[in-house]
Design a binder for this molecule. Structure first.
Ligand code: COA
Ligand code: AMP
Length: 635
């Protein structure tokens, strides 16, 4: 694809991408079917720090993902395989069938008045209709915003309030293992909370639990489909938005990452052969959720853009029904490339340390395992690579980038693997490690992981109607560089090592969460004077949040009762996915003399690391109180 030569080698491809970005991405753009092809100008750099790729070009993303395959050689090839151990069902959609479903659902949306540029919120479990809804929006040039099903009503409300959708699409319920999670009451509660309710909701009724519909507002998915007229693809500008995906920032207000159509299609189509080494007709499985960026890019768009087959798996790595589940899916559907989060592998390892369940299946056709979303610890890396006998590739990226920033590009030139490193920057990304003063750190020295502007195609173009926050959060710390929020270093060989977030974002089971947001929720409780939430190391989930709360002096209720209420509050406000299970009531919080809470110091105590008491600390004896609370030996 993209006319790229397999013989070029990593170094020369990387250099070419930075020396001649316009030439590099012009060539990659040939993998996409355009209505108006890109002209002479590939990058619009007229308004830094805003950069736009493929100005003047037009296309439709859904056409590229479905129609061109359905009308071509792939009409009867599987586009999407839905495998759902939680309902005991499977369904395969050919490219032809998926296109027809999407065209019809686009007709439903158009019938409700959804037009190009309108927003549609999708709050659904891992069912094919979630993918159909996303692609139907793309077909109309409408902007989808998928909200992860594990978020509670309030989080959904915040996103509805910000995106102001014409329509919200949901399902009556999701299935978490053997539990039925009702989605519709959460949606109803979210709508009740927002000042900008959508005109309509479309509800997919699932037999496990049907939802009550609101007259005049709610439509049944199947009923609406039965009466709809299929709709064609609407041509949009390459620079028009395809979707908004909200992600956790450092405050309670999530950031609406905006992705465009043209750059996104080009970058994802390039990434499949070059990074993942995956091609047309092959089965690609991203074991994630459509609510996260991994799901957007590698369950939905990238595999379909290149004519591969994608697997949509409604289940878990363990418990549905056993830790052999991934092996079953791989062998049953002939998965060639698997992408998941290290947590998933750790969950399997914990229940089946010898890999006996996985070994029951024929995994010989699996070529590569890719892992991202959180740090890949060396022991998980070695376990997976010994068991599977295939390259296990760590790669680092973010919701903001939309596709890998640092990886071992399997389709260009596989490089030697160093456990603990996602390898080297991907072509297009000029990654630099900067110190406080903005100077580059020498090899081995940790600093802020940044990317020199312009970012390549497919990366976010702004935060939804908040340019100021886009610039403030990412582009103003270092002039001309994008601030990733992660810290890390390069080694002598140019391999990147990510040391973790340097802000209030934590990664829990591969899910990105904001401790700042959890603090806002805790602080909202009437008995709380002040609080801090930190991410502490967890064997399974990588990190879990732990809350430290100081009660108001007037409170005389049992601390354990209040702690229980606080855990429930976070679960109800943010969602079960927040995984805040532990709240400690403490007499005081450690602070600097200027009153700043020493979260990093608390984190190192929690993780059992030796800590140097910060020289700015106001009262060092508080650290011993924290140590005692956490069961650590006082220093
Ligand atoms: N809808 C409703 N609730 C959800 C949900 C969803 N889509 N996803 C998760 N939750 C709930 C879980 O049921 C759990 O609830 P509980 O506290 O009542 O048990 C809670 O949110 C926390 O979920 P999670 O952190 O995923 O923990 P878990 O113990 O349920 O599962 C793993 C742990 C490792 C099995 C799970 O995280 C997993 O499958 N990870 C695979 C990798 C992955 O998908 N990563 C995503 C990014 S690539
Ligand atoms: P998200 O935006 O949800 O994809 O989360 C992005 C964050 O996850 C990054 O900023 C990192 O902190 C973390 N992350 C993702 N991939 C990796 C990786 N391979 N190694 C270490 N951290 C990672």
């Amino acid at each position: 694809m993209g006319g790229h030569e397999m013989t070029a080698g990593y170094r020369s491809e990387y250099r070419r991408s930075l020396e001649d970005p316009e030439g590099f991405w012009r060539e990659a753009a040939s993998a996409i079917d355009w209505v108006t092809p890109p002209g002479d100008r590939i990058l619009d750099a007229s308004r830094p720090p805003f950069f736009r790729w493929f100005p003047g070009a037009t296309l439709n993303t859904c056409y590229n993902a479905l129609d061109r395959h359905a009308d071509g050689a792939r009409a009867t090839q599987a586009a999407l395989v839905y495998d759902s151990p939680v309902t005991g069902s499977q369904r395969t959609f050919t490219y032809g069938a998926l296109r027809d479903e999407v065209a019809r659902f686009a007709g439903v949306l158009a019938g409700l008045g959804v037009r190009t540029g309108d927003r549609v919120v999708i709050y659904m479990p891992m069912v094919p209709e979630a993918v159909i809804a996303m692609l139907a929006c793309a077909r109309l040039g409408a902007v989808h915003s998928v909200v992860f099903g594990g978020f509670a009503a309030h989080e959904l409300a915040v996103r509805i309030e910000d995106a102001r959708p014409e329509v919200v699409i949901t399902a009556s319920c999701g299935l978490e293992g053997s539990r039925v999670i009702e989605y519709k009451p959460l949606l109803d509660a979210a709508i009740a909370e927002t000042a900008h309710p959508p005109a309509h909701c479309i509800v997919l009724q699932r037999p496990e639990s049907e939802a009550a519909l609101v007259d005049g507002r709610d439509l049944d998915w199947h009923g609406a489909m039965a009466g709809a007229t299929p709709t064609g693809c609407v041509t949009v500008e390459a620079t028009d938005p395809l979707y908004i995906l909200y992600t956790s920032g450092t405050t309670g207000k999530p950031k609406g990452v905006v992705r465009d159509n043209g750059g996104h299609a080009v970058a994802l189509a390039w990434s499949m052969p070059n990074i993942y080494g995956a091609g047309p007709g092959e089965v690609f499985w991203a074991a994630s959720d459509v609510g996260w960026v991994v799901g957007h890019s590698y369950i939905v768009y990238a595999p379909l853009l290149v004519g591969a087959t994608t697997v949509l798996y409604e289940g878990k790595p363990v418990g549905t029904p056993d830790p052999g589940a991934y092996g079953r899916v791989i062998s049953e559907h002939d998965v060639r490339v698997l992408f998941t989060a290290p947590t998933g592998i750790r969950a399997i390892k914990k229940e089946d340390p010898e890999g006996e369940h996985l070994r029951r299946y024929d995994l010989s056709r699996l070529r590569t395992l890719f892992l991202a979303g959180e740090r890949l610890d060396p022991s998980t890396y070695h376990w997976a690579s010994d068991l599977l006998g295939v390259p296990v590739i760590d790669h680092w990226w973010q919701t903001e980038s939309g596709w890998p920033i640092v990886a071992n590009c399997m389709g260009i030139e596989p490089l030697p693997i160093k456990a603990g490193s996602p390898t080297k920057p991907v072509p297009g990304y000029d990654v630099r490690i900067l110190d406080e003063a903005g100077d580059e750190c020498p090899p081995g020295v940790d600093g802020a992981v940044t990317i020199r502007l312009p970012l390549p195609p497919g990366t976010f173009t702004t935060l939804y109607h908040d340019e100021e926050r886009f610039v403030g959060s990412y582009l103003s710390r270092y002039d001309g560089f994008y601030l990733s929020g992660d810290g890390g270093h390069f080694d002598e060989d140019g391999y990147l090592f990510i040391m973790g977030r340097v802000d209030d974002v934590i990664n829990v089971a591969g899910h990105r969460l904001s401790t700042g947001e959890m603090e806002e929720v805790l602080a909202g409780h009437a008995d709380v004077a002040e609080c801090a939430v930190i991410g502490v190391h967890d064997e399974l989930k990588g990190q879990v949040p732990v809350g430290f709360v100081v009660l108001k002096g007037t409170v005389d209720r049992a601390p354990a009762d209040i702690a229980g209420e606080l855990v429930a509050l976070v679960r109800n406000q943010i969602g079960a996915v927040a995984s805040l299970k532990r709240v400690e009531i403490v007499p005081r919080l450690p602070k600097t003399r200027s009153g700043k809470i020493l979260r990093a110091t608390m984190r190192s105590i929690a993780d059992g690391k030796e800590t140097v008491t910060p020289s700015t600390i106001d009262d060092p004896t508080i650290l011993d109180e924290i140590r005692t609370t956490l069961g650590r030996t006082p220093a």
